[in-house]
Design a binder for this molecule. Structure first.
Ligand code: G3I
Length: 354
């Protein structure tokens, strides 16, 4: 492209794996043309950061709101992208009515199951053939591998996951269906995900792959742990995807690695040290981290997709978690949409693999 010197990541990658980014509401509404230009040039798949979540598309029992999601799906079709649906079943961003009983009664599990069925079928059927893959269930396990005691689990037990996959498959038999979670580099959690895939398949329920979200830090998790997770998940599930990639260079208490939204820390100046920009030494560390992880992704053939959770540093959710109001720098493009040293590092890692 004239006046646009960046090599295209997706052209360098060819068909090796899909590469994408999550789009926020403004981008999908066409209010951020610069971000869309990045998408068109560098990526061949998109995910919606928020607008397919339950509270957006299904705010009341008998009310679905599809206008924004329709725009998202249309955008993907217009640019010829692999369109991911995120997410059918989660414990976050789900309206409280979903888990409430009829007036004056406690929640009847049958009622909850029927709400699950209606939601999953309605949403997945609407986009049949146009959303190519769904994150069906998100974050069902704790880091120690036990079931997360979400309202889904408390009312329906483990079976809610199997049922969600069945409903999604009935609604769109061609769609790829995934389980998605963070911290799968932690062995007990990864083993739980592997057991889940194995048991669903033993029961004849379709599941195509596992997504490791990939919310990582500069040094944590260690590369060996990331690689061990890719190998194990690939053996169990065939397709392994890095679905929400970012590398957070800001200070963070160790117990907050991952994406547990129930934990937060108050803003303090020492926790926001790079409000005026990331110093060069840290830009280089970030670049090296991206070089290392992309070298792993190209090494393992089972990696079928890598999706960044955001386009530029201006958009990242990490400006608001775990410390609300920070200035974060976890992606390949800075707040002005300029490629960072990390972008060049990814180019190098991808070129070396050709
Ligand atoms: O929509 C309201 C808006 O009306 C209001 O004015 C504004 C004020 O704060 O909040 C808006 O909602 C925010 C929403 O994003 C949309 O921007 C919520 O407060 C905010 O909590 C929510 O954060 C999202 C988060 O999921 C919580 O569900 C992040 O953008 C999104 O990046 C993040 O994505 C998750 C994945 O789905 C699952 N894996 C972890 C990942 C990161 O947490």
């Amino acid at each position: 492209m004239k006046g646009y010197p960046q090599p295209s990541l997706r052209e360098i990658l060819k068909e090796r794996f899909l590469l994408g980014a999550a789009l926020n509401d403004a981008q999908i509404a066409g209010q951020d043309p610069a971000a869309l230009e990045i998408i068109r040039r560098h990526f061949n798949t998109i995910s919606p950061e928020n607008l397919l979540k339950w509270d957006v598309v299904h705010p009341e029992p008998d009310r679905f709101e599809f206008a924004a999601a329709d725009q998202y799906v249309a955008l993907g079709a217009k640019y010829g992208l692999f369109v991911v649906g995120h997410v059918l079943v989660w414990h976050q961003q789900t309206p409280s009515w979903v888990f409430e009983g009829a007036p004056g009664a406690t929640l009847d599990p049958k009622l909850l199951l029927s709400r699950l069925r209606v939601h999953v079928r309605t949403v997945a059927a609407r986009y049949r053939g146009r959303v190519q893959a769904w994150d069906v269930v998100n974050e069902a396990f704790e880091d120690d591998g036990s079931w997360r005691k979400t309202p889904w689990y408390v009312a329906l037990g483990e079976d809610y996951v199997a049922r969600a996959f069945e409903f999604a498959h009935e609604a769109d038999p061609e769609a790829h269906l995934y389980y998605n979670d963070y911290n799968l580099w932690k062995t007990p959690k990864r083993e739980a995900a592997v057991r889940l895939v194995t048991s669903l398949r033993e029961r004849g329920i379709r599941i195509d792959g596992i997504g490791e979200q990939g919310h990582w830090l500069l040094d944590d998790p260690p590369l060996e742990d990331i690689e061990a997770a890719i190998v194990d998940l690939a053996n169990a599930a065939r397709q392994v995807m890095i679905t929400e990639l970012d590398v957070d260079p800001l200070p963070r208490p160790e117990e907050l690695i991952g994406a547990d939204l129930s934990k937060r820390v108050e803003l303090a100046p020492q926790l926001d040290p790079y409000a005026d920009g990331l110093p060069e030494a840290l830009q280089q560390r970030l670049a090296q981290r991206y070089r290392d992880i992309f070298s792993l992704f190209v090494k393992h053939r089972a990696v079928s997709r890598v999706t960044f959770w955001g386009v530029t540093d201006a958009d990242t959710w990490l400006n608001n978690w775990p410390v609300p109001g920070r200035t974060n720098h976890p992606l390949l493009w800075d707040r002005q949409g300029r490629p960072k040293p990390a972008f060049n590092a990814v180019v190098e890692a991808l070129r070396r693999a050709q």
